[in-house]
Design a protein around this ligand. Structure first.
Ligand SMILES: [Zn+2]
Length: 157
């Protein structure tokens, strides 16, 4: 396991997201503000998958990506912050040395890899979300486009 994987195993994305933000939980999903400062979108976190996705700016990814976007730092710096903030028993300097930096997680890793069964679950969930947002009048055309885009990606994957 590399540095990033070790951190992700110790800190569920759920914990990081709910540490200092207002979150709403519905089933196995969390809804909260996007980690990107100038994005006013809603980010949705899949608790069991440990990934997030923002309907507004289309950014998504894992815990490291979330932290990096939120603090506006590199994935490596995000790792260092997470180790400190969660008092993890990980030697940052040592682990960072062993890291192949060509293989750091993509900061804008758009869509998590999922299998066919999960894909259907996601699509089902998206339909529900879109209906809910439409009803509450808090989804605009751009957000809807992003959702359609994401759902299309699921179809093609
Ligand atoms: Zn966003």
């Amino acid at each position: 396991m590399n540095l990033f994987e070790k951190i992700k195993e110790l800190v569920p994305l759920f914990n990081e997201v709910s540490a200092d933000s207002v979150v709403f939980q519905s089933g196995s999903y969390l809804h909260t503000k996007c980690p990107v400062e100038d994005c006013n979108g809603k980010t949705t976190v899949s608790i069991p998958k440990n990934v997030f996705y923002c309907f507004d700016c289309g950014r998504g990814g894992d815990l490291i990506t979330f932290k990096a976007l939120k603090q506006n730092v590199s994935p490596l710096e995000a790792a260092r912050l997470l180790i400190n903030e969660w008092s993890l028993d990980i030697d940052f300097e040592e682990e960072a040395k062993q890291l192949n930096l060509n293989k750091t997680p993509e900061i804008e890793q758009k869509v998590p890899k999922i299998d066919a069964v999960e894909r259907e679950k996601y699509k089902e969930w998206f339909r529900g979300i879109v209906k809910k947002f439409e009803k509450q009048g808090c989804i605009d055309d751009r957000q809807l486009d992003n959702i359609v885009q994401f759902t299309k990606h699921l179809d093609e994957a």
